[in-house]
Ligand binder design. Structure first.
Ligand code: HEM
Length: 497
């Protein structure tokens, strides 16, 4: 009997607390998507009826006339922003009130990971950001371009040999294929290491990368659950991200194996640090590892979806081929430079359209750190106060698939961005593949350079094609919050005639 009363009491307290949460938006007079108890607006994601990116799109489309509306991620209320001007106001102009990505406690994920700029809040971000910013602004473009070109030459030569040995085109799964390529590019550009992960499938560097990447799912899950069910936050935080031996092995590997001074990137960080004296050696390592923690999968996904679109849109691939050939033809030295690559405007348009249709970050969030008044702009609004701890969510996937800004959004159409500067695009379109405001991705320019250089080499030597196993249209995974193909992206590769 005592146990039963205790159980009823606990359930009552829990339900009252939960009910208070569910009334959050009603109390603030904000139109909201009706939540299902315990699951909020995510029940269809949790029961795998819909992928997370498509859910974000659905929530974005639910109240097309509004500038914002309320949503619930499980029990967590979030303000979904649907208006560019409002997004600028919150993410850029009022950055001081929305400087953080996640509540503080959530970011103590791991001694190394927790130091990373992406996972840092408040003072730590301000202390480290200028060094990182300087490093990404001043990276030696020509040098990086030629390092990637050399890496790609070794990889594509191996592919050509393999095709000629087998006397038939290669079929490949794009995510795995571009993970190997991204691994080798990062190994060369950041760590001054040479590998060929297409040939030496289990080389040491790739094994290590895989170890780090394995934690990515766990990291997101920990943050997602800790954020959505705050009462369990401490329990989630107590679960380590890596088994201790992996984490120790990994730290050892970084400290002893790589000479940070040899890499253009780490070198820049160290130099910036000498001037500012703001980063400890561990901080530098944590930032260098951003390439795995933060940058790796977005690069892989962008390249995989780009390959998929080129295979489907043969005319566009041909157009790129012609542009690339023209550059080779025009270049008297028969040596392609970074400057020449930049002249292919169509290339930029193709990469940006890939990032529009397939943005690897389908949503971006900020936590309110100081109260903010959202003033009334429309008759239907009643003016609300966002308080410390409230979350705002920018539904990137929704914006990018809104037909009012991007007619026929499911169509891959690089002409939308043709002959427009990146700055112009970022300032005029509802286009946020790299985020928005002072916490926007620092590696935007570098990432576009990497994708273009990798594809420059592939397209100058191969044709990418659809094969029997290519899924059309592509289904998105329903088991992850990331943009990920459900059944892989299978494509063919044959040398150009
Ligand atoms: C195609 C490739 C990439 C895409 C689409 C991408 C996208 C993003 C996005 C959406 C954010 C969050 C921005 C926000 O919250 O407003 C971000 C942050 C960040 N990205 Fe990237 N990223 C890419 C590659 C990289 C690479 C290669 C690195 C290398 C280290 C990198 C480093 C970072 C860092 C350090 C941040 C945190 C910035 C801060 O909090 O101040 N990213 N990225």
């Amino acid at each position: 009997m005592i146990w039963l009363s205790f159980f009823v009491l606990i359930s009552y307290i829990f339900l009252c607390k939960y009910w208070k949460h569910l009334c959050f938006w009603r109390r603030k007079c904000v139109t909201y998507s009706r939540p299902v108890p315990l699951f909020g607006n995510l029940w269809s994601v949790i029961f795998r009826k819909i992928s997370y990116p498509n859910k974000i799109k659905e929530l974005y489309n639910e109240f097309p006339q509004n500038r914002y509306n309320g949503v619930f991620e499980l029990s967590k209320p979030k303000l979904l922003i649907r208006d560019r001007e409002l997004a600028e106001d919150i993410f850029t102009k009022n950055f001081e009130k929305f400087s953080d990505r996640k509540p503080d406690g959530l970011l103590k994920l791991d001694s190394l990971l927790g130091r990373n700029l992406y996972f840092s809040n408040h003072k730590d971000w301000k202390r480290m950001q200028p060094c990182m910013d300087n490093c990404f602004k001043n990276f030696p473009k020509e040098n990086v371009f030629s390092t990637i070109s050399l890496t790609m030459e070794s990889l594509t030569n191996y592919l050509l040999e393999d095709i000629s040995k087998k006397k038939q085109p290669i079929n490949f799964e794009a995510v795995d294929f571009f993970r190997r390529i991204t691994n080798d590019v990062i190994a060369a550009v950041v760590f001054d290491q040479k590998c060929n992960s297409l040939r030496d499938k289990d080389n040491e560097f790739f094994k290590m990368t895989r170890q780090i990447l394995k934690t990515e799912g766990a990291t997101s899950m920990k943050m997602f659950l800790g954020d959505s069910l705050p009462i369990f936050k401490n329990i989630f935080n107590a679960i380590p991200l890596y088994p201790t031996n992996v984490s120790e092995y990994f730290n050892d590997l970084i400290y002893k194996k790589f000479k940070l001074e040899d890499s253009p990137f780490s070198h820049l960080l160290i130099n910036a640090n000498e001037v500012n004296d703001n980063l400890s050696r561990d901080d530098v390592l944590a930032q260098v590892l951003s390439f795995f923690f933060i940058g790796f999968e977005p690069l892989v996904k962008t390249m995989s979806f780009l390959a998929y679109e080129l295979a489907l849109n043969v005319q566009m691939q041909k157009k790129l081929e012609l542009e690339i050939d023209r550059i080779f033809y025009e270049d008297s030295d028969d040596r392609v430079t970074f400057e020449n690559l930049s002249k292919i405007r169509y290339f930029d348009a193709v990469v940006l359209e890939t990032l529009r249709k397939w943005p690897s970050a389908v949503q971006i969030e900020r936590i309110c750190t100081k109260d903010y008044i959202l003033s009334v702009k429309r008759q239907s609004e009643c003016g609300i106060r966002l308080e410390k701890g409230d979350t705002v969510l920018l539904p990137v996937y929704g914006f990018h698939h809104d037909k009012r800004q991007f007619p026929c959004p499911e169509k891959f159409d690089p002409d939308r961005f043709l002959n427009k500067d990146l700055d112009e695009i970022l300032n005029t379109f509802n286009f946020f593949p790299f985020g928005i405001g002072p916490r926007r991705c620092l590696a935007m320019e570098l990432s576009i350079l990497i994708v273009k250089t990798v594809f420059f080499d592939i397209i100058s030597k191969f044709e990418i094609s659809v094969i029997q196993h290519t899924e059309i249209p592509l289904k998105l995974s329903k088991t992850t919050t990331h943009l990920h193909p459900q059944n892989g992206i299978y494509l063919g590769l044959r040398p150009r005639k």
